[in-house]
Design a protein around this ligand. Structure first.
Ligand code: GDP
Length: 342
């Protein structure tokens, strides 16, 4: 019998890579997609899975309890991967209610539905490194203190703790993957890596003059989504449910990342601060300002540095990423150059 998996956020970056992985492992996959994003299955097209006969799309908002219950009852899945949500930290400051409605309450719906229906259904929750906020005790592992610094992070802490609570109270198989930032050629263009690779592809092709960023000194532990969904799947294949940090263990600043992307397009940037204290990145050859920073891209409260320690996952899950920072950024830029050249 083929295993059945429900993937929420099925057409997002992680949902798409995970769906591809599950299909390759012989699952029947049911992708829950929000009705408003139904038309945007470009990610599935990019990964060549759109027409797969073992893949079904379900138009549903996970904020609708009774519809969710009905769907789970009718599919009777072996595994549920909850990857849906409002994933953009910046927007969570302007829209905290929407963030909590999509990132927190539905997790409780899933846990309640599983508890009442069939406790054998395994549940994966997409937790986030943002939950650590500005915890300075890096590298961060599963025991590090959660210090959420945005409505997004607070919404994720609620879900994370609820998963642990249900696991301990009802002996359910529910696990959290605490994923550090993970990117790919299908990363949303709001996120800084993709914003930069796309902009430099356009600058290279003379379609754009410059790029405006926010806090370029902040540091992240960036991995590749394709590697990270391997870990997600492995987390639900363990004998016992548990929580795992998934990270590369290396950090770079946004400025480092911009410098690397620029170098791949044969540009060398010289950085200086203007009279108002904002950074400018000047093309050394043409003397043009290619990168600016502006207050409008700063967050009311930013997480300055995130660096993960994934020793537990590497040992227990035998997980190891294939990509490194450079190979990932290179791939993202190459894909953006191809798209922008069309
Ligand atoms: P996050 O870690 O989930 O918030 O992922 P992002 O890619 O959105 O942001 C990573 C870091 O880059 C954060 O510290 C941002 O403040 C910083 N950053 C600097 N400039 C920008 C920008 O223009 N857009 C975004 N999204 N982030 C920026």
């Amino acid at each position: 019998m083929r295993k059945k998996a429900i993937v929420t956020g099925g057409n997002g970056q992680d949902g798409s890579y995970l769906t591809k992985l599950l299909l390759s492992k012989g699952y029947n996959v049911y992708c829950i997609v929000r009705p408003t994003t139904r038309d945007y299955l470009n990610n599935h097209q990019y990964l060549n899975i759109k027409e797969n006969k073992n893949l079904k799309y379900i138009d549903l908002s996970i904020t609708e309890y009774f519809n969710l219950q009905e769907i789970i009852e009718s599919i009777k899945p072996d595994e549920i991967y909850n990857l849906a949500g409002q994933t953009y930290v910046y927007d969570s400051f302007t829209n905290p209610l929407h963030t909590v409605h999509t990132n927190s309450i539905p997790v409780l719906y899933f846990l309640e539905i599983i508890r009442k229906l069939d406790k054998k259904i395994k549940f994966y929750q997409a937790s986030s490194s943002e939950m650590y906020g500005n915890n300075k005790n890096i590298p961060l592992n599963e025991s590090s203190t959660l210090m959420p610094a945005s409505p997004y992070a607070v919404s994720k802490v609620f879900s994370h703790q609820m998963v642990i609570n249900y696991r301990e109270s009802y002996n359910m198989f529910c696990s959290n993957g605490i994923l550090f930032n993970h990117e790919s050629p299908i990363r949303g263009i709001n996120f800084v890596t993709r914003k930069v690779t796309k902009a430099f592809a356009r600058i290279k092709l003379n379609k754009q003059k410059d790029l405006t960023l926010g806090n370029i000194l902040s540091e992240r532990d960036w991995g590749h989504a394709e590697d990270y969904v391997q870990a997600i799947w492995k987390i639900l294949q363990q004998k016992k449910p548990s929580d795992f940090v998934i990270a590369t263990g290396k950090k770079y600043s946004v400025k480092d990342m911009v410098d690397y992307v620029a170098s791949l397009t044969d540009i060398k940037l010289k950085w200086s601060k203007n009279s108002k204290g904002y950074w400018n990145g000047v093309d050394q050859k043409t003397k043009k300002i290619l990168v600016k920073t502006s207050n409008k891209n700063f967050r009311p409260n930013d997480v300055i540095c995130l660096l993960g320690d994934s020793s537990k996952a590497r040992k227990q899950l035998k997980w190891k990423p294939k990509y490194n920072f450079r190979s990932m950024i290179k791939q993202m830029l190459q894909e953006d150059l191809k798209r922008e050249a069309k």
